[in-house]
Design a protein around this ligand. Structure first.
Ligand code: XLS
Ligand code: CA
Ligand code: CA
Length: 435
């Protein structure tokens, strides 16, 4: 009931823009070299377990609409096995290199801590075997510290130290599993690390506990010899009213406070960026400027909806700006593009899972080609460099190195009258539209 679910579909291959095959890539040509790397190595695509194999198509008003055999069966070890088989076989059918999971996504549910650990351990053994069989790799692992009712008031920020300890057990096991499976990163998304009301919340205690938890995770990572990257995934709200990892700049302040800015980077999700009132490229540019760019969760929101709709990306224009920023950051090191995206509730067929991923892959591949053309053209980068060129001249150097009074004296002595210079926004927008 598992690998056979995708059996009617052939492996998706590159056929070029003229192809009439709905199950082919038009732009993602994995061996084509862009920015000096094979597309597959540059983009490092991953498929996620939670939206694609665990979510049944339910919403707050209605039940699951998808017919996935492993979800219809009782949620026991056999169903979990079937789900894992289906998942890895699907990643192979898409011919994408990576996948991502939360502990609870891949295992049969268990409530007591001992049973939970055993069930997860069985899942990890099986995943190791499947990775070998299907030739797929783990982009990142994580622990789900938000789904179970015990986490309703947070995990590392829970008022209850027993909940904190449960979370520590899950993170230890998920981190060690990530190491064993050769994962490139470990993600921490603070889904309920925030509050619903200040009336019952001690902000100071919660943030101290949160910072210490992160420090403990980093310490354990070094202890076990995990050389991948620890990533925090910012999100401003949802499920809670306010989340502490609000956006990239806030996360950086938090890392600085706990002395972890050299240890932890960010996993930027497009829809979380827009929920925080920023653009996707703003978050990447900010991470780059602060030296903490790590990885991407690719998706999009709906401009008319104020929540996390997690739709597949479909705008080459938006993605081009994101890829330009990624290239400016030097490209991915351990990170990649994870599809944290789900098909719509009415897209109930196995075929829809292919359409969603194929579309997302092609949009990003096309954006990559466009970003390369814009970067090679050079006008965009030259304009920006020229705009700041005063800072490399003699006057700029003096301003950079003197104290406030000396700079002020210089302004007075030279009777300065700086001339406003056009920012040329419309010209820059026109320039981009030529590609
Ligand atoms: C939810 C988040 C979550 C993280 C991993 O909004 O995107 O799925 O990526 O816990
Ligand atoms: Ca995400
Ligand atoms: Ca999301």
């Amino acid at each position: 009931m598992s690998a056979s679910y995708f059996a009617p579909f052939d492996t998706v291959r590159f056929e070029g823009p003229e192809s009439t095959n709905d199950f082919a890539y038009r732009w993602y040509d994995k061996d084509r070299v862009v920015f000096g790397k094979r597309m597959e190595d540059y983009l490092r695509f991953a498929v996620c377990f939670w939206h694609t194999f665990c979510w049944p198509g339910s919403d707050v008003f209605g039940a699951g609409s998808f017919e996935r055999p492993w979800l219809a069966a009782p949620q026991d070890e056999a169903a979990a096995r079937a789900k894992r088989e289906a998942a890895l076989s699907f990643v192979a059918k898409l011919d994408l290199p990576f996948y991502c999971f939360h502990d609870v996504d891949v295992m049969a549910p268990a409530d007591r801590i001992g049973g939970f650990r055993d069930s997860f351990a069985r899942a990890v053994d099986h995943l190791e075997e499947l990775q070998g069989r299907y030739g797929r790799r783990l982009l990142w692992g994580t622990a789900n510290l938000f789904g179970h009712p015990r986490y309703m008031a947070g995990a590392a920020t829970s008022p209850d130290p027993q909940v904190y300890a449960w979370a520590a057990s899950q993170v230890r096991d998920a981190l060690e599993a990530t190491l064993r499976l050769g994962g490139a990163n470990y993600v921490l998304w603070g889904g309920r690390e925030g509050y619903d009301t200040l009336l019952n919340t001690n902000l100071a205690t919660e943030q101290e506990n949160f910072g210490r938890f992160l420090a403990l995770v980093v310490e354990h990572k070094h202890k076990i010899g995990f050389t991948g990257t620890i990533l925090i995934e910012p999100k401003p709200h949802e499920p809670t009213k306010h989340q502490y990892d609000f956006d990239t700049q806030t996360v950086y302040g938090f890392l600085k406070r706990f002395g972890l800015e050299g240890e932890v980077r960010v996993n930027i999700e497009a829809n979380h960026a827009t929920l925080s009132g920023h653009t996707f490229e703003h978050e990447i540019a900010m991470a780059r400027a602060l030296g903490i760019f790590g990885s991407i969760d690719a998706n999009r929101g709906d401009p008319q909806n104020g929540w996390d709709t997690d739709q597949f990306p479909n705008s080459v224009e938006d993605l081009t700006l994101a890829v330009i920023e990624i290239e400016r950051a030097g490209g991915f090191t351990t990170g990649g593009f994870n599809f944290d995206a789900k098909v719509r509730r009415q897209s109930i067929d196995a075929a829809d899972l292919f359409h969603g991923h194929i579309g997302g892959v092609d949009v990003i591949a096309r954006a990559l080609l466009r970003a390369e053309a814009i970067t090679k053209d050079g006008q965009l980068d030259r304009f920006r460099a020229e705009r700041y060129s005063g800072w490399v001249g003699e006057f700029g150097q003096t301003v950079r190195t003197h104290d406030l009074a000396a700079i002020a004296d210089l302004a007075v002595a030279q009777d300065l009258a700086p001339r406003p210079v056009s920012g040329r926004q419309e010209w820059l927008e026109n320039l981009l539209n030529r590609f």
